[in-house]
Design a protein around this ligand. Structure first.
Ligand code: GLV
Ligand code: MG
Length: 280
């Protein structure tokens, strides 16, 4: 997935609209985008929506933390949903492998789990968290992570200018933990929705770090994020040339002044695999 659109389940109009947009996945949010007073109504709406919706989009549900007073009703909601309607659940604020196991015990059997790494402890434990067989992806949550790490901020998910690039480090840790277990790595949302330049920079940086896709929180963010995570025609052509040059060599080759070897071929092949996945 390149873009995952997170929509508050308390906003039926936005949920309906999300079905018509170009994001690769829709996250129906019961957690932080829904205030406590609206959670019951949001669940009631989702019960109806999920029993009637017809879409070929990937739908996921973001649940409230297991330790919160809302989780029990979230789980009951899931019990009534036909399994094929949801492709996964999103679990926020996961801090340990035990958190994942506790969720897995309470959720319908075999449910795919996409976890958010958004605390200092979650980051430390990310490699173990990613090892759980039902976990299919890790997503970095910049806003909650900054709160947990004690990073001051004037706007969620954006560090002070003195530490402008500081979130690249935890994001890369998430990529390493996820990819070590052949799982997917996502970046969280960019909260300044009017700042398309900043969004584009954030998405391109994430991709350069090995991230597979990014959350979005506004329809206007989808196209930019899809574009950032789609290899360009020149990247594809370059990758094809590298593979061809390597295959025609005896193990290492000078390609236009660039020394290429087995590792360069792997990088190129990974990019080409990604293109195949996106076209599918
Ligand atoms: C997302 O959930 C975040 O905390 O950034
Ligand atoms: Mg969060």
């Amino acid at each position: 997935m390149r873009s995952l659109l997170c929509v508050p389940a308390s906003q039926p109009k936005m949920v309906e609209k999300s079905l018509t947009l170009d994001s690769d996945q829709i996250i129906l949010d019961l957690e932080d985008a829904v205030i406590p007073a609206d959670k019951a109504a949001a669940r009631a709406y989702l019960r109806e929506f999920l029993s009637t919706v017809e879409t070929n989009k990937h739908l996921s549900l973001r649940l409230n933390e297991l330790s919160s007073p809302f989780a029990k009703a979230d789980i009951e909601l899931l019990d009534g949903v036909k399994p094929h309607i949801l492709s996964s659940v999103i679990l926020p604020k996961i801090n340990s492998l035990d958190d994942v196991k506790s969720w897995a015990n309470k959720l319908p059997k075999g449910m795919k789990l996409e976890v958010q790494i958004e605390s200092a402890m979650g980051l430390i434990k990310a490699p173990k968290i990613a090892s759980h067989p039902q976990v299919i992806s890790l997503a970095f949550g910049p806003a909650d992570f900054m709160a947990s790490a004690g990073m001051p901020s004037a706007s969620p998910g954006t560090p002070y200018p003195e530490a402008a690039t500081a979130l690249q480090w935890p994001l890369m840790q998430v990529v390493i933990a996820a990819h070590a277990h052949d799982k997917i790595a996502y970046d969280g949302p960019y909260f300044q929705i009017a700042d398309h330049v900043g969004l584009s920079r954030s998405a391109h940086t994430a991709r350069a770090l090995g991230v597979d896709g990014k959350w979005v929180i506004h329809p206007d963010q989808i196209a930019l994020v899809n574009q950032a995570f789609t290899p360009t025609a020149s990247e594809i052509a370059h990758a094809q040339e590298i593979v061809a040059a390597f295959n025609a060599s005896s193990g290492a080759a000078n390609f236009d002044g660039l020394m290429i070897d087995e590792a360069s071929k792997k990088v190129a092949e990974r990019l080409l695999e990604r293109v195949t996945q996106i076209r599918r």
